[in-house]
Design a protein around this ligand. Structure first.
Ligand code: CTP
Length: 319
């Protein structure tokens, strides 16, 4: 069956996983890996009981009208107004409607990608999903450049584009988006209060510069549904990371899912340091109790799925 068969003891020991990163429970052989198509279908069917990625990947224009007030998904007491700009950027229909792919890449942002030489392999997939507007050009040999779907947490504006304080920050941002052409830009705008100004600025820049990028804003139920699916499979994740969300959505569209850049540990299996991100100096923040994510537990889960042929996890070199 499609159950993950993660034992309770495994789940309870998730916090120890970080310390055990060098142990064999993290080993996954890519040689001899084979897709288990019946398991893939089973997982797709089970996830569909909780969400339909085709629909939940984005709200659509008819969901709201300008001026509507909605409650933040993870902060129900606070509200957001649907502005005219935001409304005008909502898609008429789901950007993933009827889209199906033989192989997909979901690219996480771990420093494990550096020196991986995975660029060509990543770009060879039919559909490539990336996270948080991560830069690609300077890292093309390791991460590739193709981006069919890319996420952007509102905090990225602050973190990577100087909060749009200078004209050059805005130019850099517009340049990055123009490289995406008509790919999907997925902005979780309704999760928590705090990023609304940034989302408005982003929307205004897209409209002003007539960028072709296809904006999508996840449905209000998506995150709860994803959490529900994993909880049912005994993976208690308070807030799924963007990478896990992307894998969960991709099961709807992709027959074969290949993950790269998933390694939420400061060292590799040989004890060599691994940067948190391949492209900046952000430090590991996900090991304290205050952190919203449980990336090590997520990783462990993805590793189990790799070993069962449901997905392919690459953490080594591609050539
Ligand atoms: N990731 C990972 N190991 C790392 C860094 C990231 O496995 N060292 C995966 C996670 O699934 C993460 C995704 O790659 O969600 C994208 O990374 P990032 O942009 O850093 O996500 P965060 O901003 O850290 O977290 P989120 O957007 O999920 O809140």
């Amino acid at each position: 069956d499609g159950e993950l068969c993660l034992s309770r003891s495994l789940v309870n020991s998730s916090d120890k996983i970080t310390r055990k990163a060098g142990s064999s429970i993290f080993q996954h052989s890519v040689e001899g890996w084979k897709i288990n198509s019946s398991l893939v279908l089973e997982i797709r069917k089970n996830i569909l009981r909780f969400l339909d990625a085709e629909r939940d990947v984005s709200v659509v224009k008819s969901s709201f009208k300008p001026g509507d007030v909605i409650h933040y998904v993870l902060d129900r007491r606070r509200t957001l107004n649907i502005s005219r700009d935001l409304h005008s950027l909502l898609p008429e229909v789901s950007p993933m409607k009827n889209r199906r792919f033989k192989t997909c890449a979901v690219v996480g942002n771990s420093g494990i990608l550096l020196d991986s030489e995975c660029g060509k392999e990543i770009d060879s997939h039919n559909f490539v999903i990336r996270c948080n507007l991560a830069p690609v050009v300077e890292f093309a040999a390791d991460v590739g450049t193709k981006s069919d779907f890319i996420t952007m947490n509102p905090s990225v504006v602050q973190r990577a584009f100087g909060g749009f304080r200078n004209e050059s920050d805005r130019e850099k941002f517009v340049h990055r988006l123009s490289m995406l052409n008509d790919s999907v830009l997925w902005i979780p705008a309704f999760m928590v209060k705090g990023g609304e100004k940034h989302v408005e600025w982003v929307n205004a820049l897209i409209l002003k510069n007539k960028l072709k990028v296809r904006t999508a804003y996840p449905s209000l139920r998506l995150i709860h549904a994803v959490r529900g699916y994993w909880l049912t499979n005994k993976v208690p994740i308070k807030r799924p990371s963007t990478g896990l969300l992307m894998y969960t959505l991709a099961t709807r569209f992709c027959d074969e899912i290949h993950l790269y850049g998933f390694w939420p540990f400061p060292k590799d299996l040989n004890g060599k340091p691994v940067k948190y991100h391949y492209y900046d100096d952000l430090k590991y923040r996900y090991f304290s109790n205050a952190s919203p994510h449980r990336m090590p537990l997520e990783f462990k889960t993805l590793n189990v799925l790799h070993n069962r042929g449901a997905l392919k996890l690459t953490t080594g070199k591609c050539v």
